[in-house]
Write a protein that binds this ligand. Structure first.
Ligand SMILES: Cc1cc2nc3c(=O)[nH]c(=O)nc-3n(C[C@H](O)[C@H](O)[C@H](O)COP(=O)(O)O)c2cc1C
Length: 210
């Protein structure tokens, strides 16, 4: 079983990575495989709403030049997910926002019913708003959210500062262990015939026009 930790920061080894690395250690100690995947610094274009992903039905975005399809490929084999982001103007970063818009629009089927959580890093403020933003991708996609002992944030402007945030690091370790517990529990449930509920035959889609 494997957990994919996505570093949505422009900094490969920055504060977000420091939080993810602390989680990774706790996850590995519980016996699961991990991969930290950095989305890089190249531009991630926004979703154009072209609908080509629905027509192709391949769980991929029609725009192949940036990180989106590379991350979607990794999602196929992952059993759980961590989406990490720095806080930029009290929201998630621009690149990971574009990445998640397109990932979830094109390939949420690859993640449905798999546990996930968000992790954010900030110098000071905007953390809970950014966490709320990230959690919304999970709750519209049938993904149970792993909890911790506090909301999943670390504080610091440099990795060294994050390492001084002892509470933040403990939150990461607790989050990692809880995520593993959920992934293992879901696997055991599946083995015992307890499967995710099937969707209703017809998916309703009601637009309000008046
Ligand atoms: C464009 C930009 C906007 C930021 N906005 C906020 C903010 O709203 N609140 C905050 O506390 N820190 C803010 N920061 C600081 C980062 O969130 C903080 O340094 C974070 O830990 C960096 O993580 P990283 O090293 O993984 O990129 C901002 C940084 C940048 C570059």
């Amino acid at each position: 079983m494997k957990i994919l930790l996505i570093n949505g920061s422009p900094h490969e080894r920055g504060c977000t990575h420091t939080a993810l690395a602390e989680m990774e250690k706790a996850i590995r100690a519980e016996g699961l495989d991990t991969e930290i995947l950095w989305i890089g610094q190249d531009a991630v274009r926004g979703c154009t709403g072209c609908g080509a992903c629905f027509k192709m039905k391949k769980n991929r975005c029609v725009f192949d030049a940036d990180a989106v399809n590379r991350v979607l490929e990794k999602c196929e084999e992952a059993d759980g997910f961590v989406f990490g982001s720095p806080v930029h103007y009290a929201s998630a970063g621009g690149s990971i926002t574009s990445l998640m818009d397109r990932m979830f629009y094109a390939g949420s089927r690859l993640m449905r019913h798999k546990p996930a959580c968000a992790v954010v890093s900030a110098r000071r403020a905007g953390t809970t708003a950014a966490i709320d933003q990230l959690n919304k991708y999970f709750t519209i996609s049938g993904m149970p959210i792993a909890p911790s002992q506090y909301w999943p944030m670390v504080h610091g402007n440099t990795p060294e500062e994050v390492m001084q945030d002892e509470e933040g690091l403990q939150i990461m370790r607790t989050l990692g262990r809880n995520l593993v517990w959920m992934v293992k529990s879901f696997a055991l449930a599946r083995e015992n015939g307890i499967l995710p509920p099937a969707p209703e035959a017809e998916k309703k889609r009601t637009n309000f026009i008046r």
